[in-house]
Write a protein that binds this ligand. Structure first.
Ligand SMILES: Cc1cc2nc3c(=O)[nH]c(=O)nc-3n(C[C@H](O)[C@H](O)[C@H](O)COP(=O)(O)OP(=O)(O)OC[C@H]3O[C@@H](n4cnc5c(N)ncnc54)[C@H](O)[C@@H]3O)c2cc1C
Length: 512
């Protein structure tokens, strides 16, 4: 899957049925859906796949206990149905996860127990196991790192977790499996209009500066928190719709919460929930809900967010974590819908809105990773209408994703199936604190469209999010392998290493 060959294909085939702008959960989901329906499908991503919000989630495929408490029954029911679909279609990436809610007042045990029974009931036949009340001893056995003072028991329930960036890369590969084309580092710079209708886009290769004029029957704007900017390319007077909210996460060592169960703190001091989840051999803590006005590509957790997460976790963990224990601190922007007039973004809807402009641009805003497939189904239904394409049934409810045991492939670009293990440097991690091997770097460069040190260390492997210092130390080795794979000069190798080291520095929480 060489970039030059893919660009050549684009030069020779400048006309498409469906063109998707944005390679996050939403855009990738749309491209898989459209390609699997048999539409000629192209996806263009400005940076790397999942560079935006889609690699910065809490990694939960869930109905959302918090949304249940807010009475958003429809959203919870839909998400629980999609949870079952994802567990079936991507069993290699999505896994059931046991959660335990510790309880310190008998009354809470009753209220939370009833709420979680309702959660079970909404999941119906798709339930991953019934919730149940736990004694204090059983709660401590499930959550060995929990503070025991005042504990009156707990409630265990089932949900699911996943690796967001890996699912994004898998969706990208699935686009190819179904005959579509997806390219990163190719931002859309303008929309083209003919007789008042959107008929294509202009895009520019970030690596070479080459411009592309691409025609499409329908263009889908799936640019996440940047969707308003694309809507303004369609009409300079399009009003802004998004009110982004930042969520921060911290990663600490596993010995703060050994065991397999995740901990849900049901009510933080700002009235939200906070998760403490075993993840990638570490523990993930999050998240926050902070209104932001700038759509930064690389948002950073605020000092106040880091302190809030550490303070909240410290009330529940027997060994309170401090800043020095943080291996990685990262933030993402939720593309929430609502005029940005201040106020709590936690109250804004997580549901999505699909709009078709007067010129036929299909824009989507909002949503969740968990529901990306169902959203994509609705978006492509609308896009078929907007683009005058034949209406074809959506096959994704039962479509096994790339590399899932049941997946089929029609990849026309000849992605070979060579296992990572057949490549040089298999099985030997590049850094003792990381799982990443030389073979995986080579595989990601050859078959997963990785173009930069960051693509490898943040999204093909999740090292940056797991341990920023270790990822920084591994950067020179990754750059050396990439230089061989991609034919980089020494200057480029040094420059890309330095850029990553600089980025990784921003993922370190700093001293107390
Ligand atoms: C802190 C936090 C925690 C979350 N936790 C969960 C969770 O546990 N479970 C869950 O289900 N959901 C969760 N979500 C929600 C979920 O992550 C998002 O709904 C989802 O990732 C949004 O995907 P997206 O594709 O819409 O946006 P993005 O992932 O941001 O993708 C948009 C893409 O468009 C690209 N783009 C922008 N402009 C252009 C252009 N001109 N040309 C080409 N490309 C362009 C960007 O580079 C970007 O990659 C969480 C969100 C946050 C912020």
């Amino acid at each position: 899957m060489k970039r030059e060959a893919l660009l050549d294909h684009l030069r020779k085939a400048p006309r498409w049925d469906v063109l998707v702008i944005g390679g996050g959960a939403t855009g990738l989901g749309c491209a898989v859906d459209a390609a699997a329906r048999g539409h000629r499908t192209l996806l263009l991503e400005a940076h790397d796949f999942a560079k935006g919000t889609s690699s910065r989630s809490t990694k939960l495929v869930h109905g959302g206990v918090r949304y249940l408490a807010q009475g958003r029954i429809g959203l919870v029911r839909e998400a629980l149905a999609e949870r079952a679909t994802l567990l079936r279609n991507a069993p290699h990436l999505v896994h059931p996860q046991r959660f335990v809610v510790p309880v310190y007042r008998q009354w809470d045990r009753l209220v939370l127990g009833l709420g979680l029974s309702a959660y079970d009931w909404l999941a119906g036949a798709r339930s991953l196991g019934a919730s149940r009340l736990l004694s204090p001893a059983d709660t401590l056995a499930a959550l060995p790192g929990l503070c025991r003072d005042g504990l009156v028991g707990g409630i265990a329930y089932m949900d699911a977790r996943f690796d967001d960036a890996r699912l994004a890369v898998t969706l990208m590969r699935s686009v190819f499996d179904h005959g579509g084309l997806a390219l990163n580092y190719l931002p859309v710079t303008a929309l083209t209009h003919t007789n008042g209708k959107v008929t294509g886009v202009a895009a520019q290769d970030s690596e070479t500066g080459e411009s592309f004029a691409i025609e499409a029957r329908v263009v889908i704007n799936a640019a996440g928190v940047w969707a308003d900017a694309i809507r303004r390319l369609d009409s300079t007077t399009a009003p802004g719709q998004l009110a982004p909210s930042q969520g921060a996460h911290l990663v600490i060592d596993r010995d703060f919460l050994p065991g397999d169960a995740a901990l849900l703190i049901p009510k933080t001091s700002d009235g939200r929930v906070l998760f403490i989840i075993p993840w990638q051999g570490k523990v993930l803590l999050g998240t926050t809900d902070t209104p932001r006005h700038e759509m930064l590509l690389e948002p950073r957790p605020l000092a106040s967010e880091i302190d809030f997460i550490l303070d909240t976790a410290s009330r529940y963990l027997a060994r309170p974590p401090g800043r020095a224990d943080v291996r990685s601190a990262f933030a993402g922007l939720r593309p929430l819908i609502g005029a940005s007039q201040g106020g709590a973004t936690s109250a804004l809807s997580r549901e999505h809105v699909i709009q078709v402009s007067g010129s036929g641009l299909v824009s989507v805003a909002g949503g969740k990773w968990t529901t990306y497939r169902h959203m994509a189904q609705q978006i492509i239904d609308r896009a078929e209408l907007a683009g005058g394409l034949p209406a074809r049934p959506c096959p994704t409810a039962t479509l096994a994703l790339h590399a899932s045991p049941a997946a089929a492939s029609n990849d026309v670009f000849g992605t070979d199936r060579s296992a990572v293990d057949a490549l040089p440097g298999a099985g030997i991690p590049l850094h003792p604190a990381l799982t990443l091997t030389e073979a995986e770097v080579r595989y990601a460069a050859r078959f997963e469209l990785a173009r930069d040190v960051e693509d490898i260390l943040a999204r093909r492997n999740l090292a940056l999010f797991v341990d920023a210092a270790a990822a920084s130390t591994a950067a020179p080795a990754v750059a050396r392998i990439l230089a061989e794979e991609l034919g980089w000069s020494d200057t480029r190798r040094r420059e890309r290493t330095a850029a990553f080291v600089d980025l990784a520095h921003g993922f370190m929480a700093g001293p107390d």
